[in-house]
Design a protein around this ligand. Structure first.
Ligand code: HMG
Ligand code: MG
Length: 310
């Protein structure tokens, strides 16, 4: 059954106070596959990326140039980039933590990178083997060199709404760390709810803490089922880039209790209902996630994928 036959709402003019268009930053191939038990063959990753592009997604975070021992699932980053059939109008950014990662990414011919910092001390140590303060010293030369090479640089900030070791994270701490990434030259800052504990009121406080929303994106994991409500709260405050992962894959191997990202299909269903443009063919995307679920040997956690592919 297609989305339209299943009752997908007709597009209406976008509701007052919401953006006309949302840019979906698809992280399925990176965040989605970095947490899988098994290593997905590079040919499957390439087909996944190509099907996502064909479904209309225009930003596909492809992989990470991190230490292969830290994330063996993405150790094939060079092979992946070498085999990528780049489609016109689609960008394929990659995660880079340090100078070595940037060397590798530049050699692979990327045009955009994302650095990824932590808002908390414990996660900086666990994810980057660095202190909260030291991580900025690691990122600064990476950003400077990447910008000089003409790359687009995005910043991620993890644990913005709660940390499994430190508990609640004060909004001021998040804003202070996030500002450092923006001041370094990141064109955008993606606020990560790495373990999926945020609620809409908290999202409002953190987003509002930054003042203007135009350089912010949101990145919600869906552990407690709040990702879509949190997204709506952020859209109402003027955020118009949303990270999500096809089929709701995802998680972080270094964050206890992290589960999948907001599913792109769930996001698209909501955006359609709100009359917000996104450029994605939902039926093609659902077929892609159903195919990927078969490759991984388990059903997609996305409610929309389940409803439309049954
Ligand atoms: P380290 O062990 O401290 O590294 O790891 P080091 O600088 O001490 O170097 C040790 C050796 O590793 C050296 O080799 C380096 O060359 C090599 P040796 O001289 O001993 O032969 N090395 C590398 N090799 C390949 N690629 C590299 C690299 N760097 C060093 N890039 C490091 C520090 C940052 C590398 C490590 O902690 C790491 O790779 N961490 C990545 C963890 C990760 O990928 N986590 C998941 C992504 S973050 C996320 O999912 C959250 C997000 O989705 C948002 C949200 O949900 O909140 C973005
Ligand atoms: Mg994530």
């Amino acid at each position: 059954m297609g989305a339209r036959e299943a009752g997908l709402p007709e597009r209406v003019p976008s509701a007052a106070g919401l953006p006309d268009r949302v840019r979906i930053w698809e992280v399925g191939a990176r965040d989605g596959l970095q947490n899988e038990q098994s290593v997905v063959p590079v040919e499957v990753k390439l087909e996944f990326l190509d099907r996502l592009a064909a479904a209309g997604l225009s930003v596909l975070e492809a992989t990470s140039f991190v230490h292969p021992k830290w994330v063996p699932q993405l150790a094939d980053a060079e092979q992946l980039l070498a085999g990528l059939q780049r489609r016109e109008g689609v960008s394929y950014p990659v995660l880079v933590p340090n100078a070595r990662g940037l060397d590798r990414a530049l050699a692979a011919g990327v045009s955009g990178i994302a650095i990824f910092a932590s808002a908390t001390e414990t996660f900086a140590k666990r994810n980057l083997n660095s202190s909260l303060d030291e991580q900025f010293g690691m990122f600064e030369p990476v950003v400077t060199r990447a910008l000089a090479e003409g790359l687009e640089v995005r910043g991620y900030l993890s644990m913005c709404f709660g940390d499994p070791w430190e508990g609640a994270v004060p909004a001021e701490q998040v804003v202070a760390a996030g500002r450092r990434l923006l001041d370094m030259g990141c064109f955008q800052l993606s606020l990560g709810d790495t373990i999926g504990v945020a609620t809409p009121g908290q999202v409002e406080r953190v987003v509002a803490g930054f003042g203007a929303p135009d350089r912010l994106a949101v990145h919600f994991h869906d552990t407690y089922g709040q990702a879509l409500s949190n997204t709506l709260a952020a859209l109402r405050l003027g955020v118009s880039t949303v990270d999500s992962s096809a089929g709701g894959l995802g998680g972080c191997p270094y964050a206890e209790s992290a589960t999948g990202n907001l599913a792109t299909e769930d996001l698209v269903w909501m955006l359609d209902g709100l009359g917000i443009e996104h450029g994605v063919d939902l039926d093609a995307l659902v077929r892609t996630s159903a195919w990927m679920a078969q490759q991984l040997g388990r059903p997609s956690p996305s409610r929309v994928v389940q409803a439309l592919s049954g």
